[in-house]
Ligand binder design. Structure first.
Ligand code: KG4
Ligand code: ZN
Length: 357
């Protein structure tokens, strides 16, 4: 469909519980891309009964889904596999078995049609996902990565240039949402459900801008993020307000959810303020699953002097488009692919200023 000035890049994402396959047409002249077809197969229903992702089940499911999703993407686009110019695949960080199965599939497809392969860092892909909708965004910018496994702040000066400003020393923001949701009796993954309940509290006609409950403001003086103190406080608050025998009623549930969401959001906003003070950079990109949170978006967007950018909601969660785009942007910047080995832990920073924020 697109001209010969466009690279056809297939992006494959399997680092956790979403199988993402996407085909993009990437301009050879600049960073702009057109999404030809993107598919995400979520495994939420498979893992829900266990209350969290079961790594072996997730890995097996990816292997089952990948050929189906890839065939669908190619056939709906009227393309043969050998017409793909580049295959991009997540090689870390993530669950090892899941990464390996994605890499196995990608390398088999690449080898059988003689297509180059490009290994991608999943967190770098979340950071760069903002370029899907904003191809002309200027560097430098701050980025807040908030997902189920990561919470970190970086100053991004170019593709491949990341200065770490703050990272969580314990749980990630997504985990704080999910674990609190579990304590409230909400099904896995609880983040979006908790957020919905919180929003319905603030939409009540009687809402006054606060709740009856308070949670301690932890970790604002020390560098980095920490959610474990908050988690303990949340758990104490929930047990002081509920009993084992009676189901938590809707009014209490929404008020607790609102209080919890406010404290997680406030912690994130305050650290962003510190990062702005420290770097004097006034552009912020928020990415990762928690960047879909409506309240977080609203709070950051209302920060004075800060220009905020968020990926489209479907690109906040794990997806193949961000993987394809990252390979394209790195190739345009003359950067090499990652070594082709699964890397469950793989920080993106090239520099550190970590103790200051
Ligand atoms: O980036 P992601 O899709 O997967 C990882 O790489 O971890 O992030 C998933 C996380 C989960 O913890 C999920 O509960 C959280 O993002 N999340 C949310 C919302 N949507 C997803 N948390 C709060 N509010 C939301 N609307
Ligand atoms: Zn992710």
């Amino acid at each position: 469909m697109k001209t010969s000035h466009h690279r056809k890049v297939l992006g494959i994402e399997t680092s956790c519980d979403e199988t993402g396959v996407s085909l993009i047409y990437a301009s050879e002249q600049d960073s702009s891309v057109t999404i030809a077809k993107e598919l995400i197969h979520s495994q939420i229903s498979l893992h829900a009964e266990y209350g969290g992702v079961v790594p072996e089940l997730a890995a097996r499911e990816h292997l089952k889904n990948l050929p189906l999703l890839t065939d669908t993407v190619l056939s709906q686009e009227g393309l043969r596999a050998e017409e793909i110019d580049l295959i991009a695949v997540t090689v870390g960080p993530g669950l090892k078995g899941c990464l390996l199965n994605g890499m196995l599939f990608a390398s088999g497809l690449a080898a059988s049609h003689d297509i180059p392969l490009y290994g991608v860092n999943h967190i770098e892909a979340h950071v760069l996902s903002v370029f899907i909708e904003n191809p002309h965004l200027d560097f430098p910018f701050l980025t807040l990565v908030v997902s189920g496994g990561h919470t970190e702040l970086h100053l991004v000066t170019a593709v491949g240039e990341y200065t770490l400003l703050a990272r969580t020393i314990d749980d990630a923001a997504g985990e704080a949402f999910d674990k609190s949701a579990k304590l409230l009796g909400l099904a896995y993954p609880g983040g979006p459900a908790l957020s919905k309940h919180a929003d319905s509290f603030s939409e009540l006609p009687s809402f006054s801008g606060s709740s009856r409950f308070t949670l301690p403001r932890v970790m604002l003086k020390q560098p980095g993020f920490s959610f474990s103190g908050l988690k303990t406080a949340i758990s104490l608050l929930i047990s002081s307000e509920t009993t084992d025998d009676t189901a938590i009623d809707n009014a209490l549930l929404t008020e607790l959810a609102w209080t919890i969401q406010e404290s997680i959001v406030e912690l994130l906003v305050r650290k962003v303020r510190k990062a702005v003070q420290e770097t004097r950079c006034k552009t912020l990109v928020v990415c990762g699953g928690v960047s879909a949170n409506r309240r977080l978006r609203e709070a950051l967007s209302s920060e004075k002097l800060l220009s905020c950018h968020f990926p489209a909601t479907r690109h906040c969660v794990d997806n193949g488009t961000m993987i394809a785009l990252t390979a394209h942007l790195r190739r345009n910047a003359g950067l090499p692919p990652a070594p082709f080995e699964a890397m469950p832990r793989w920080p993106i920073e090239t520099h550190k200023l970590e103790e200051r924020v």
